[in-house]
Design a protein around this ligand. Structure first.
Ligand code: HEM
Length: 463
């Protein structure tokens, strides 16, 4: 079945196509191979063969939920020792997926979102307080670092009423360090064959175990404090739902172990990706003054001189939202997802698949397929997301949040948070890029603009 799928022409015995591949940038390597081999291709790493798909037609076909479903593989599967049957890593057949999905989905409704809005504003105020200081000192800001602080505080406060105090620290909170360590370890497990992994990664595995213990310990403290009533709660946030809500039909509840897994899942899934999206958007805004001017004109017009935007004012920033959409097109911070065949089928009417056979959708290349995005897909242009332009494109060519039943549950949360923060930042600051900076992408399951700094100017008169 694989014969019709191209692969790199020079294959090294035993190791396969991984020679010359960089363990730190597996995705960017795959992008180069994709550009060479076309909309479907395969790569071999040691004994395993992986199929990659990114052509618009094939991606649309594999989005068909009646024939395909999420596959828990590679990076996602490597997180199973950490978060087991939590929402993101659960196998489709695991009962806890449906249970947790049904209990937690109302935590992402419009009403729930309106409830998180004041907390999001509060965290954003800490960011601007810090950026004001940097601006007064004439110092540059570390964009990915500060966006990571913001996104972590936002999900931890809105979801669990927990304050990590990220903005009060110079260095990242140890929770973040442990989490990043775990993500990097999971990624390395992707490219190192399981047979020799125990030998190669012995030291790293020890550190990984310590990191995991620290995450579990931190989360257990948050949960215990809520159960004891020693921490704020009762606002109906995600943790309250996990602890108190029974399934509407079955009356079943989440177990203590599953709650721990969900809390870690949300802290991880809810912050790296959002922080990357904000960072890429700020990079492009700082490099495209005409886009920044249009976004700012909209913010001034829609928000006027309101001190702080209300919940409803955020979704009105249509152009700012398109800036985000476009940043996530070029750099979908979760750059791939895996799909498996439910039964015997043919992908794109040409590639036979047996039940359980799977392929990795390279979102980041799908988002650059000229078939869908025209002759200059690398160009940053938020107008691609004007309603008429969206209608003129085929379906299923934009998937930063995945697809189907297992698509991102936090999409509205992330978009509200990111639009709000961009609105506040553009209203307040001028962004001056470092002229010597060239976009570099770091990979640790999610993507981040590496080393991005900006200098700020205060736009509004100092209060
Ligand atoms: C799933 C992307 C923000 C929680 C996913 C998936 C993608 C994604 C691509 C599907 C993965 C797959 O098919 O294997 C993103 C991006 C975000 C973002 C790009 C920000 C820009 C968030 C936030 C939260 C969140 C803020 C939580 C508040 C989750 C969860 C899942 C998920 C729990 C698993 C859903 C399930 O399988 O039922 N996300 N995400 N994400 N995301 Fe997000």
């Amino acid at each position: 079945a694989l014969d019709r799928i191209p692969h790199p022409s020079y294959r090294v015995p035993v190791v396969g196509d991984v020679l010359g591949a960089n363990v730190r940038t597996p995705l960017q390597d795959s992008m180069r191979v994709a550009a060479r081999l076309g909309p479907i291709f395969r790569r071999k790493a040691f004994a395993k063969e992986f199929v990659f798909v990114w052509g618009a037609d094939l991606a649309a076909d594999i989005a068909d939920e009646s024939r395909f479903a999420k596959h828990v593989g590679l990076g996602v599967a490597n997180l199973r020792p950490v978060v087991g049957d939590g929402l993101f890593t659960a196998y489709n057949h695991e009962a806890n997926w449906q249970l947790a999905h049904d209990i937690l989905a109302p935590g992402f409704s419009r009403d729930a979102m309106a409830g998180y809005h004041p907390l999001m504003l509060d965290v954003a105020r800490r960011l601007t307080a810090r950026w004001d200081e940097r601006e007064r000192a004439g110092a540059a800001v570390d964009v990915p670092g500060d966006m990571t602080k913001l996104a972590l505080e936002t999900i931890s406060r809105a979801g669990f009423g927990h304050d990590f105090g990220s903005f009060e620290r110079e260095r990242p909170h140890p929770f973040v360090t442990s989490m990043v360590g775990i993500l990097a370890f999971a990624q390395r497990r992707n490219v190192i064959p399981s047979l020799i992994a125990p030998m190669l990664l012995r030291g790293a595995a020890r550190r990984n175990a310590a990191d995991l213990e620290y995450l579990n310990h931190t989360v257990d403290e948050i949960v215990t404090a809520r159960r004891d009533g020693t921490a704020a709660g009762g606002r109906g946030d995600l943790l309250d739902r996990m602890l108190d809500v029974a399934h509407p039909d079955t009356g079943e509840r989440l177990s203590a172990e599953n709650i721990r897994r969900q809390v870690i899942t949300f802290l991880v899934a809810g912050h790296e990706t959002t922080s990357g999206a904000l960072s890429f958007a700020l990079h492009y805004l700082s490099r495209h003054p005409e886009v920044l001017a249009r976004a700012r004109e909209e913010i001034d017009r829609v928000w006027g001189d309101k001190e702080e935007p209300a919940y409803e004012d955020v979704a009105k920033l249509r152009y700012v939202r398109r800036v985000l959409d476009e940043a996530l097109r070029l750099w979908p911070t979760a750059p791939a997802f895996a799909r498996e065949a439910r039964g015997t089928t043919e992908l794109g009417g040409a590639h036979p698949m047996l039940p359980g056979a799977w392929a990795l959708v390279l979102t980041i290349m799908l988002h650059r397929d000229p078939v869908a995005w025209g002759p200059d897909p690398e160009a940053f242009d938020p107008d691609r997301f004007e309603p008429a332009a969206v209608r003129s494109r085929p379906a299923h060519v934009y998937k930063p949040f995945g697809t189907g039943a297992r698509a991102c549950i936090g999409r509205q949360f992330a978009l509200h948070e990111a639009t709000l923060v961009l609105g506040l930042l553009l209203r307040r600051y001028d962004l001056h890029p470092d002229p010597g900076y060239r976009l570099r992408i770091s990979e640790r399951l999610t993507l981040m603009p590496d080393g991005l700094t900006l200098k700020l100017g205060r736009r509004t008169p100092q209060a």
